[in-house]
Design a protein around this ligand. Structure first.
Ligand code: AMP
Length: 326
């Protein structure tokens, strides 16, 4: 049984958890939960747990404990990885586990400068016939993060919400642009923020200049566009303003996989925590996204994000503030 002090601490912990549940906004996260095989100049991994939604949830979990996941895996996906997500307060009732099927698999190889990568293989597996079902209690989530996934699937999730969420953020990549550009353009009409990397922004807009590209993308529907430039930071645009945040200069970058998703998780997590979607607050959210991405790249896969604690995050935010203060 618990001693008096432990009982007191447990009660305190429960009360804090209860208050947090009451005050934090909920985020519905959709995206891949996957196996990845990664090669960088520093090493190589066999199948490890990855996926856009995995990185987003891990990153957002530092800002809210109301995370609702909609995704799909095969029966080969380890129970331990699902438990890891549960331990980060991720509600996995929207995670379908398909008997007799295989989990989405992606493999990629980075070049020496780590800013460019080649996709070596994408096996859609369970994604091919994925029909997302948003559980009833997720349909009122205040924030919606449409992580990297087939654009028609992203749209199906959006269509199941009871009301328009306070903010809808969509992330995508060249793979889906190559295959389903029209579906992507349809999905973009309904979103508030698009996060995309520089090459993808050029592909989507058919403009080389990122300023021109942002203008074209804003005319497609989103009110804000964030263009991620890897180690060169990120740009946030709306029709009137632009904001630039550098990436934190790091001594060691081992594996950039998931950096974009960790950025998105930190970005939407901070907005949900503060419940403020003004441009001014989005600038702070971009900094929080950059902080989460900076952790992600320091080890292979999701490892670093599972090791850090709240103090590490807070300290790094302070480092960031010092970096840009003059
Ligand atoms: P990022 O480095 O942020 O672009 O994200 C890398 C993650 O995206 C990896 O964990 C992959 O499993 C996942 N991924 C790769 N290709 C796709 C795709 N076509 N659709 C959805 N997720 C993908």
């Amino acid at each position: 049984m618990f001693g008096k002090n432990e009982r007191k601490n447990n009660t305190k912990h429960e009360i804090i958890k209860y208050i947090c549940k009451k005050i934090f906004m909920s985020i519905l996260v959709v995206g891949t939960v996957a196996f990845d095989a990664i090669e960088t100049p520093f090493g190589k991994t066999d199948k490890i747990v990855g996926g856009a939604a995995t990185y987003i949830c891990l990153s957002s979990s530092f800002f809210t404990n109301k995370l609702n996941l909609v995704s799909v895996v095969g029966e080969d996906f380890p129970e331990s990885a699902i438990n890891m997500l549960k331990s980060k307060s991720v509600d996995i009732r929207g995670l379908q586990v398909k008997k007799g099927e295989k989990t989405f698999f992606w493999s990629g190889k980075y070049h020496n400068n780590m800013n460019t990568r080649d996709t070596l293989e994408t096996q859609l597996n369970v994604l091919e016939k994925f029909n997302p079902i948003v559980p009833e209690n997720f349909k009122d989530s205040e924030f919606l993060m449409l992580g990297n996934l087939m654009p028609s699937t992203q749209k199906k999730v959006l269509n199941q919400m009871n009301k328009k969420p306070k903010l809808i953020v969509l992330d995508t990549m060249n793979f889906w642009m190559d295959l389903f550009m029209d579906d992507l353009k349809k999905a973009l009409k309904d979103v508030d923020v698009l996060t995309i990397n520089d090459e993808e922004a050029r592909q989507l807009s058919e403009e080389y200049s990122l300023v021109k590209a942002a203008k074209v993308i804003l005319s497609m529907g989103p009110k804000y566009v964030i263009i991620k430039k890897g180690e060169h930071g990120a740009l946030l645009f709306n029709n009137e303003e632009v904001f630039f945040a550098p990436a934190l200069p790091l001594e060691e970058v081992f594996d950039p996989t998931g950096a974009g998703d960790s950025f998105a998780g930190g970005f939407i997590g901070y907005l949900a925590k503060t419940n403020d979607t003004s441009f001014k607050n989005m600038k702070k959210a971009v900094i929080h996204g950059s902080v989460m991405a900076s952790f992600c790249v320091e080890k292979f896969g999701t490892q670093k994000l599972t090791e850090i604690n709240q103090k590490n995050v807070d300290d790094r935010i302070n480092d960031f503030v010092k970096l840009v203060d003059f």
